[in-house]
Design a protein around this ligand. Sequence first.
Ligand SMILES: Cc1ncc(COP(=O)(O)O)c(C=O)c1O
Ligand SMILES: [Zn+2]
Length: 428
Amino acid sequence: MSAVVSESTQVATPAHELRDGAFGHATGLSCRECGHQVALGPHYACPECFGPLEIAYDFPAVTREEIEAGPANIWRYKALLPVPSDIESSPNMEPGFTRLLKADNLGRALGIDNLWVKDDSTNPTNSFKDRVVACALSAAREFGSKVFACPSTGNLANAVAAAGARAGIKTVVFIPSNLEKPKQINSAIYTDSLVAVNGNYDDVNKLASEIAGEEDGWAFVNVNVRPYYAEGSKTLGYEIAEQLGWRLPDQIVIPVASGSQLTKVHKAFQELIKLGLVEDKPYKVYGAQATGCSPVSVAYKAGVDAIRPVKPDTIAKSLAIGNPADGIYVLDVCRQTGGAVEDITDDEVRDAIVLLARTEGVFTETAGGTTVGVLKKLVETGQLDTSLETVVINTGHGLKTLDAVADVVGARATIEPNYAAFRDSGIV
Ligand SMILES: Cc1ncc(COP(=O)(O)O)c(C=O)c1O
Ligand SMILES: [Zn+2]
């Protein structure tokens, strides 16, 4: 296969001869808006209409048994991803195949009969971003990129920095300078090139696009290799279906920042149906945002198609994208499937973090607090059917956002080291 680079895509990575099978069964890039086809390359915007490009495939017949015989990570689904068949042989973080927990205690607390938590906090850098980065890293390798980079709300920077270190490729990660300290350290530990930008995520993203247009050989995972990166989120959908016994859930609640993950879980479910790996059935997709950055929820509730960008002000910093690239597609998916998009306050985010920890022993970050809190609100407002099988995704670990709950949990009593003092404390 040779790289045919379209003239009008805004890419600084030079034309690079692609090896056969570099992108598995991917056949090209297709515009989500007008369907225009572009050859596989480090392109992300349609040369005709500037719409986002997505990977198009010619999938082979894939069986459940073939997938089940694969490794306990996302590469068990490699036939459905834009990666080569020898992907496992290059050093990578091997993310995925995280736990799907039956959440009976949380279900009881919320009044939901059949609830599961997909716990993606146990990925190598403790968020779902290891999945998308693993696919982006493969693309960067195949394009011969020199630098692996990203603008990030935190978790992505952690995942890019670690994956780049393991792959032996230079990484440069850009974050808003007001990001939580633990998230900064979780990037800086893997790379000497963490760049803190005085601005919010949307400013950082704009800067990254500018650099991607100017510098040769940079693979910005969520900018110029975004079509490849985004496909990694499909593996969340594949895993949930496989772990349910090759079945789709009735309802699923997913956090929304750029909106990529939500649209890709839906894409994964559709692919599984088309490939005959699961039975075709209706399911509802719900999006979760924090009120302090809820442009998609606002548009959903107003019944409009356009997303009005906002300036984020929330403790859920990993979801703080004021101008979400895939926001309009989130609206489409949630409306088409009969789901909804909902938002909750920062106090509700904190309460939900504590609720999940105390019911299921799972410590989530603010993004997961947002998702569980929205699940609770969907029940309270009658938007979610409590008799149906429901999955909620926990996308990141609470140790990264300790400050969010530092004032709401702590020692119940401080006592002298003797039994009388313990009895006096009123603990029992
Ligand atoms: C922990 C966590 N959950 C969810 C998301 C949302 O991802 P997306 O941008 O695909 O909507 C992010 C994005 O940064 C995140 O860090
Ligand atoms: Zn187009």
